[in-house]
Write a protein that binds this ligand. Sequence first.
Ligand SMILES: Cc1cc2nc3c(=O)[nH]c(=O)nc-3n(C[C@H](O)[C@H](O)[C@H](O)COP(=O)(O)OP(=O)(O)OC[C@H]3O[C@@H](n4cnc5c(N)ncnc54)[C@H](O)[C@@H]3O)c2cc1C
Length: 469
Amino acid sequence: MIPGLPYETELPDRVGVLVLGSGLAGCAALLAAAEAGQYAVLLEKTEAIGGSTVRSAGLSAYAGTDEQAAQGIADSTELLRKDLLETGKHRNDEALVDLYCAHQLDTYRWLKAHGVRYGEVHAASGQSAPRSHPTDTTAMLTMLLKAAGRLGARLVMDTPARRLLREDGRVVGVEVAGPDGPHRIEADAVVVATGGFSQAPELLARFAPQMEHALRAGGPGCTGDGLLMAWQLGAGVVDTPYVKGTYGIYHHPHPDEDGTGILAVYKGAIAVNREGHRFVDESLPYKEIGDAALAQPGVTTWQVFDAQVMAASNDEVPIYEFAGRDRAGMLLRADTVAGLEAEIGLPEGTLVATVEDYNRRIAAGEPDALGRRALSSSVGDLLPLEQPPFYAHPSGTVVLATYCGLTVDTRMRVLDVYGEPIERLYATGEVVGGFHGAGYMTGTSIGKSGIFGRLAGAHAAAEESELAW
Ligand SMILES: Cc1cc2nc3c(=O)[nH]c(=O)nc-3n(C[C@H](O)[C@H](O)[C@H](O)COP(=O)(O)OP(=O)(O)OC[C@H]3O[C@@H](n4cnc5c(N)ncnc54)[C@H](O)[C@@H]3O)c2cc1C
């Protein structure tokens, strides 16, 4: 329990806006609904707030921020839009991309006005300008929930929603699993913010069988409940072919692994398979590297780097926390590339030949063997791997988030399989599909949870009340 949050132990019978799920999407929706003057209540299935949000690396993708300006980074909403569509291979729902772009800066300012603070901005997957803004996600959710509580909103823990209730074609509330059995809560509008299904093996097997050998991470409650509840009412589902895993997870069980992994590749590492060969252009989005890694023999690969890459370690950004992993004993290390090759157990001479070829092409200005031109996306010049000591991080693919999901319109109303709104049913955050399309830019899942969560809460709050109070 976090002190100061607006916990409620009594299950309500009726509310104005009922929000399901306490990740960023749900917390933003709750606060926006409360700011609009509604009696808003959030139900959380588990004993802790935050779902995947509090397990994440905490990076949000915004363009044109104060932090970017302070670091001299030139970026714009137009460039963000272009990158989103290119990363999504133009399979995105453009209306949702435009919605993100139209509201990213006002949501960023709204979050900052509620006390959210961002650290040093970094480039990552799919970004042609550095725009990953790190933040402490637990602190962020705590601020939003406290602000909502001051406006009368309430938070009910340990209470899974089981079914959406519909009468005369419109959603009128939910049935929850209460301490004394099923309990009915009526609402003017319901916002589904239950996250994705990265922790539901049976749904992954159905929608993304290609992830069979990937590891899984994410909030323990992220089992696709909201997707199924809305699906039962005829909701459309989109983007399921594009579920991807993320590269960089430590590929052996380790007590210090938090599900985030590292992306030394974006600071200059190469990725090699168990034959000692590179297998992908390492500047690609980490989802694409994840797909490529899953196709390698034995699935485990290694990010290989040198002291120069290690010098770019940043303990504030989990994906760049190389030194921390070294301290935790998660890196293999040797004074020579041949020594590292032996440490990993690669066939003799293979890694040495791979690194020599990589370095020689950089020195000669020749094209990279796999078409790599930059460290990450189009940012950063390639670095030869030549400064000892040399390191290797056993790396694989993990499903962190599922990115596909319910079809929604630009008011975050859930659309049925024929594109018609299901009345008074809203959805936001990872449970929503359409926005990312066929690829994922770092920071846009936390980004969309905040932006679309705030919008969903405000639109749900605008529904006319038909409840007898
Ligand atoms: C290790 C890791 C690193 C990541 N890093 C990043 C990053 O840096 N940037 C980025 O953009 N994205 C990142 N992601 C993805 C991102 O964290 C999520 O997509 C995003 O936080 C989802 O927010 P959400 O509010 O939609 O869902 P969640 O934060 O998952 O919250 C959903 C909540 O709903 C609850 N719930 C589920 N079912 C029910 C029910 N039936 N009734 C009531 N409550 C229910 C769950 O218990 C959970 O608390 C990462 C994910 C992981 C796992």
